[in-house]
Ligand binder design. Structure first.
Ligand SMILES: [Zn+2]
Ligand SMILES: [Zn+2]
Length: 1011
């Protein structure tokens, strides 16, 4: 039997760590053994410590899952697995955002139509809705695949879907609460409107990341003649000439100084501060200030609105209110830009709207749903608002109202979905008057834990704006606004449930009825005031209102009591204006209390490409989760994304880095585990018999054991605390360091040789080491589970459950490790700290003398204060081994005989280390032997020999004569080191028939054969 076969039969961990294959196997294990179902059953288990409320931030099913999504899902999964192991139940149930503008736009694209009107005309609403449903199901399949590949343990069977009637009904209940508290209002209001999407947007949406784009607009100076004067004008500036069509007033700053400026034959009125810069911009050098006045004194002046002849409605409005086409004083007028004379278009601007509203001036907003002018706009009828800009300029020029126009590039808000330039319009909409409950909302938000200052400030800063929330959308695929209005008397009724609606419907309900347009629009109710017919208001809800309703809508009442407020939620930083906001507002409305539906909210940084650029379709740099994970390991990806940076930082996702550190660490853990089980199996180690408690009682612990155990306890504590604080990257660094430094680089080399024997005398000592390795590696495997669930499950199944079949069925049901105070040993940790420092200084000294670390040298002398020396003397044997010398001396002062070219030294703080640099034949011979032994060890590993297996013989050929001579006395020692019965030297390869492996020693070629 070859070594390879034997290894395969002894245990089921393959010799190499191949994560992709391992993950496939573990995924199948989870499915076959219904692990997810068993985790769900904890819900009703009497053993759980308690419930940790959770509600899923639903991804919108309008696109392919990418690596930015993966980042958030990994964090959620980390918390779920970790808290489950701590003994809690968390309703980690999926949820999907299914409706709204993003889905509709996606379907418009698929159907090849340009807008809502076209899709209704061509396909009809029923067909359009069918397509919306098909689209979300297509994306849903991709999300399921991504979750499965990533190892996200979310329960897909318990998912909520925002488009289902049951969800919609409960969302309506929140609106009902708002209605009862007079927080839901219909009204005219200036909203940001996207002409492309043909719907208004909430102020939160306007502020989205990336929605401000540099665009080109006209920069227009124009003038309105002061009524009754021959040639006096108000000088005005705008970047939106089309708003001159809806102009109704001019505004000045009452406290500022205004002047008359003589330019040619004309006199222009503007604020004094801006005369010089504006004249420079207009390239007018010949001008003179002739008069000065306060802004206040200009109030009430009339001006000749120049476009009355082509917009007859403007002439009509002038007769409706004395302030139309007059100057008013407004504090919001900024005298540091433009001319300090602002033209007001209440139909197109928020400030303008409120100014008109306060004064009772009529709002002139002659627009249809595509933001084209209606008949009221006279000549401009049928023209899209932004297309009217240059026509307006021409008409002003024709009427001597034009001064100058040029192009400016400036930042302007565009639609976050379609990137059309937004237009501000006064429209009839429905609002949640969240401004009225802003104090409660802020109070609720202040109580939440955010973990990091910056996102907290950003969120609270946004909430302070406290604007009313425009929730009505002029779209199709969404939760219908359940408001029915009487045609006759205007009475309004808000429907709170499907049953209420169906019970009161005036006409029979078809079988395929659902709570969507067009079905719901066909239901009319009878007015309880006048008996007239009530029809539904033709709006659907803002999609953010859908997901914001989830803490109520996704649960039953009983579940809601148990799981809300949730304990911890996490989403991207962009959700400060999105989900985090809508959740909070709706919960305060629903409960009437200053309470958030979450106790903690972690805002994650967004994920960018390797160069720090936003991932976008146009740049072609989007990393899709499924594509990535076809070829790459989920564990490595989870490790990388956790370790790369703090969760709040923007992450630059770099494919080059993906498998670097992650593979090193996980592969090291894998091989250490394999090293342990191979040796332990050889000695028939049983954790039930040789437990860690047994080991602690044997008195066989060496300083290195005590140290490693103590460090481990600190790491458990440190890691768990960092997870609690959402410092996931720092937490993982703790495990990373323990695996690579503590175990692999230091502890295992210290104990390895003790396992190279089957001497019955040392049997108990070997069992002690296995008990320690078992304890340490199993602990680390459990701690890794939240981050790398596949590897942890694999090691758990293939090692720990093999050794102890009674363990819980999955690593996820194992108990989270807690530190054992009894094995914490500060003193030995301090001693080791000193030791490791001396070792590191000794390496520096060797480097100065060009003495390789693997060369054995005669002596080390440590010069240090007495207390340091006391600590080191306890670890004398380890110090000698680690510094690779034959003897060590400790002194508080440099001994007399030290110095000269035979010594090298290095110093750090109060420790100086001297090493004797002289190498006699004995040291040279031993050095050669160690070098060769390392090469043989590597070959053993490469050829698949189990560490415990003894070789028949090892052959070295074609070593030079001098080295051969030096090496000969050490052949027996070498045989022991490489676990071979005998080592043979050959001058020439032809002396034995063998498969030679080429190697090299100090630059010279040699040949090795083992068998
Ligand atoms: Zn849009
Ligand atoms: Zn009525």
């Amino acid at each position: 039997m070859t070594a390879q076969n034997e290894a395969d039969q002894n245990q089921s961990l393959p010799p190499n760590y191949t994560p992709l294959e391992l993950e496939k196997e573990i995924r199948a294990f989870w499915t076959q053994n219904e692990i997810r179902e068993k985790l769900e059953a904890l819900q009703n288990s009497p053993k759980i410590k308690g419930n940790l409320g959770y509600v899923e931030g639903p991804p919108t099913l309008n696109g392919i899952p990418h690596i930015g999504h993966a980042r958030g899902r990994i964090i959620k999964d980390i918390r779920y697995r970790w808290k489950t192991m701590e003994g809690y139940y968390m309703p980690f149930w999926a949820g999907w955002d299914c409706q709204g503008l993003p889905v509709e736009l996606e379907v418009e694209k698929l159907l090849g139509v340009r807008n809502k009107r076209e899709s209704i005309e061509k396909y009809g609403m029923e067909r359009f809705i069918e397509e919306c449903k098909k689209a979300i199901m297509r994306y849903h399949a991709m999300w399921l695949e991504a979750d499965s590949r990533l190892g996200i343990a979310i329960n897909q069977d318990k998912a909520y879907w925002t488009y289902k009637d049951s969800y919609i009904e409960r969302e309506w209940q929140i609106l009902k609460r708002a209605w009862e508290q007079n927080l839901l209002e219909e009204g005219h209001y200036v909203v940001a409107y996207c002409p492309g999407c043909q719907t208004s947007l909430s102020s939160a949406e306007v502020g989205y990341e990336g929605s401000y784009k540099e665009v080109e607009d006209p920069s227009l100076y124009f003038k309105f003649k002061v009524t009754g004067t021959k040639n006096e004008y108000f000088l005005v500036w705008t970047t939106m000439p089309f708003t001159v069509i809806t102009d109704t007033m001019l505004a000045v700053q009452p406290n500022a100084e205004y002047v008359k400026v003589k330019v040619g034959e004309e006199t222009w009125i503007m604020v004094r501060e801006r005369v010089q810069p504006v004249m420079a911009e207009l390239e007018i050098t010949n001008y003179k200030i002739t008069d000065s006045m306060t802004g206040k004194s200009l109030e009430g002046s009339a001006y000749d609105y120049p476009l009355k002849d082509i917009i007859p409605k403007q002439a009509e409005i002038e007769t409706k209110h004395p302030l139309v086409h007059h100057v008013v004083g407004e504090d919001f007028v900024d005298v540091n830009t433009a001319t300090g004379v602002v033209h007001l278009s209440p139909g197109n601007g928020e400030d303008d709207f409120w100014a008109a509203n306060r004064k009772g001036v009529p709002i002139f907003a002659p627009y249809d749903d595509e933001v084209k002018f209606t008949n009221d706009a006279g000549t401009f009828t049928g023209i899209f608002a932004r297309d009217a800009d240059m026509i307006v300029v021409e008409e002003l020029r024709n009427r001597n109202a034009f001064v100058k126009v040029k192009k400016v590039r400036h930042e302007y808000p565009t639609c976050w979905r379609s990137h059309h330039k937004l237009v501000w319009l006064a429209r009839k909409e429905y609002f949640l008057r969240t401004d009225k409950i802003n104090k409660k909302v802020l109070e609720a938000a202040e109580k939440v834990e955010y973990f990091y200052e910056e996102p907290k400030n950003r969120f609270l800063g946004f909430l302070k704006e406290g604007k009313p929330w425009c929730i009505s959308r002029e779209r199709i695929w969404g939760t219908p606004l359940p408001m029915w209005t009487c045609e006759k008397c205007g009475n309004k009724h808000l429907v709170g449930s499907k049953k209420e609606l169906l019970d009161n419907a005036q006409e029979p309900i078809p079988d395929d009825f659902e709570l969507h347009k067009p079905w719901v629009d066909r239901v009319t109710l009878k007015c309880e005031k006048c008996g007239g017919t009530m029809r539904r208001e033709d709006f659907v809800l803002d999609t953010w209102h859908n997901s914001g309703a989830s803490p109520h809508a996704r649960f039953t009442d009983e579940e809601q009591t148990k799981y809300v407020p949730t304990t911890f939620l996490t989403e991207g930083i962009d959700q400060t204006r999105g989900w985090a906001n809508s959740l909070l507002l709706e919960w305060v409305i629903y409960t009437g209390k200053a309470e958030a539906p979450y106790k903690a909210f972690l805002f994650q940084g967004l994920t960018q490409d390797a160069k720090g650029r936003k991932m976008s379709k146009s740049l072609g740099n989007v990393v899709q989760t499924n594509e990535l994970l076809v070829k790459n390991s989920a564990d490595l990806c989870r490790f990388y994304m956790t370790r790369k940076c703090s969760p709040v930082d923007f992450m630059s996702f770099d494919m080059q880095e993906l498998t670097r550190r992650s593979y090193q660490v996980l592969s090291t853990l894998y091989h250490l585990s394999r090293f342990f089980i191979q040796n332990a199996t050889f000695d028939e180690f049983k954790p039930s018999k040789y437990s860690i408690d047994w080991a602690l009682g044997t008195n066989k612990l060496q300083p290195a054991d005590i140290w490693m155990l103590s460090v481990l306890q600190n790491r458990i504590e440190d890691y768990t605390t960092k997870l609690e604080h959402c410092e996931f990257n720092a937490a993982l660094a703790v495990l990373d360091d323990f695996v690579i430094e503590t175990l692999s680089r230091l502890y295992v080399p210290m104990i390895r040789k003790e396992l190279w024997t089957d001497d019955p005398e040392t049997f108990e000592r070997r069992q002690t080491i296995y008990a320690l390795l078992h304890h340490a590696l199993k602990t680390i495997t459990l701690l890794f589970n939240p981050i790398t669930p596949f590897l942890s499950e694999a090691l758990y199944q293939k090692i720990y459950r093999q050794l102890e079949p009674d363990l819980p069925e999955t690593v996820n049901l194992a108990t989270w490790p807690t530190p054992n105070d009894k094995v914490q040993n500060k003193k030995i940790e301090e001693q080791f700290e000193a030791l490791l420092k001396v070792v590191s200084i000794s390496f520096a000294a060797r480097q100065q003398g060009k003495l390789k670390r693997r060369w054995p040298l005669a002596k080390v002398i440590v010069v240090a204060p007495d207390n340091t020396l006391q600590a080191l003397k306890n670890l004398d044997a380890l110090l000698i081994e680690q510094t690779n010398v034959k003897s060590a001396e400790y002194a508080t002062a440099v001994p007399d005989y030290v110095g000269g070219e035979n010594w090298v030294s290095s110093q750090e703080d109060d420790i100086t280390v001297f090493i004797s640099g002289q190498r006699d034949d004995k040291l040279l011979g031993e050095g050669i032997m160690r070098d060769l032994a390392r090469r043989v060890q590597a070959l053993r590993k490469e050829m698949g020999f189990v560490p415990t297996e003894t070789l028949e013989s090892a052959h070295i050929a074609e070593l030079d004569a001098e080295s051969t001579g030096l090496l000969e006395p050490y052949l027996e020692e070498m045989a022991g080191l490489v676990r071979a019965r005998k080592v043979y030297l050959h001058a020439n390869r032809s002396e034995v028939e063998a498969n030679w492996n080429e190697s090299e020693l100090d630059g010279k070629k040699i040949l090795i054969n083992i068998h």
